[in-house]
Write a protein that binds this ligand. Structure first.
Ligand code: COA
Length: 338
């Protein structure tokens, strides 16, 4: 059966780094509080004037190079921080990568963007629209974080990850398994940017101060994340016919170290099977999973033939999970700025 197969991967984080120590100069907080509540020590942030496409182009270029490819038949960009409200950012990414007049569009599923993007890209491949799809997940999410809000400033960060997908067979290593997706718009206020969209703009009234930034109900987000990532994981495993014992590596959305730990425990996935990079990069929103996979592959923590479970949750509310067996890839560079 035709399906999408991972042919290359790349990650990128911008050069700017914000440490917990830096945050203690801005807020009443501490390195200990941040580490124990979130597991985060450092995060990368875009320089003033930089935008999501700048991150996306670097990650996309690295994924193409890893696959030894110079073309793609389509570009899908998962982002919740497009360069502009209009147009979509994917066409600019395709143009800057010299990919020609290929179809290019954005997918908006916030932290679940990469997994939603995998389902979208796989659909383009199985429908015969494209033989190869460059899927990039990129967010300059710190541009949406209220600089006065300590609870979100400690968590969110910027980055990008990309995979080149090609048409292949479901039995091949790298084949993306059945993708489980879900949403619950009744919970949209758990993680929401109130202003900036058509609702506020049509009113003709300027936004309330701070409404252009993310508002997060931290405890509710935490509870939903654990519940949804665990349930979606079980559904994805059932769809592909694996048990938790079959999973070599868990690649969970890097929302919070405690959330990842609880999800893994509920699934019965041991400490050594959990991939994590949240300590160094924080919560990079849509980029989180491909950035994690790229980093793990570059460090030899993820090797060909390992069975990987991907699971995610975020604003929407939206969540998802899928599986893949890690392919044999070309060299995967570390997702650093250089
Ligand atoms: N430093 C010190 N104190 C902080 C703080 C910080 N950076 N951020 C919040 N606090 C304070 C709160 O103001 C609150 O103080 P109060 O009791 O005087 O009101 C106190 O810590 C406890 O707040 P609470 O929200 O109950 O803490 P928590 O243990 O739930 O931790 C989060 C807060 C944000 C770390 C936690 O809720 C969380 O990680 N939620 C999930 C967030 C997430 O993953 N979002 C993305 C989903 S994709």
């Amino acid at each position: 059966m035709t399906c999408a197969v991972v042919a290359g991967i790349g990650g990128y984080v911008p050069p700017g780094v914000v440490t917990n120590e830096d945050l203690t100069k801005r807020f009443d907080t501490s390195d200990t509080w941040i580490r124990t509540r979130t597991g985060i020590a450092t995060r990368h942030v875009v320089d003033p004037g930089a935008a999501t496409s700048d991150l996306a182009v670097e990650a996309g270029r690295r994924a193409l190079e890893c696959a030894g490819a110079t073309t793609a038949d389509a570009v899908v960009l998962a982002t919740s921080t497009p360069d502009h409200l209009c147009p979509a950012t994917a066409p600019a990414v395709a143009a800057r990568l010299s990919l020609g007049s290929v179809p290019a569009f954005d997918v908006g599923a916030v932290c679940s963007g990469f997994v939603y993007g995998l389902a979208t890209a796989a659909g383009l491949i199985t429908a015969g629209t494209a033989e190869t799809v460059l899927l990039v997940a990129a967010d300059a999410f710190t541009t949406m974080v209220d600089p006065r809000d300590r609870s979100t400033s400690v968590i969110f960060a910027d980055g990008a990850g990309a995979v080149l997908l090609r048409a292949g067979d479901s039995q091949e290593a790298g084949a993306v398994g059945p993708v489980v997706l879900g949403s619950d718009g009744a919970g949209k206020e758990v993680l929401e940017v109130p202003a900036g969209g058509s609702r506020q703009r049509s009113s003709g009234v300027p936004p309330e101060p701070g409404d252009e930034y993310l508002k997060m109900r931290g405890r509710e987000a935490y509870r939903h994340a654990v519940e949804r990532m665990t349930t979606a994981s079980r559904q994805a495993l059932a769809r592909v016919g694996w048990t938790p014992d079959d999973v070599h590596k868990l690649a969970a959305h890097q929302a919070n170290a405690r959330i990842i730990g609880t999800v893994a425990e509920e699934l019965g996935i041991g400490q050594t099977q959990r991939l994590t990079n949240i300590e160094q990069v924080g919560n990079t929103v849509g980029a989180s999973i491909p950035l994690l996979l790229a980093q793990a592959a570059s460090e030899g923590r993820l090797v060909s033939g390992e069975r990987v479970l991907l699971t995610t949750f975020g604003a929407g509310l939206a969540w998802g999970a899928t599986t893949l067996t890690w392919p044999s890839l070309g060299e995967v560079p570390a997702p650093s700025a250089a």
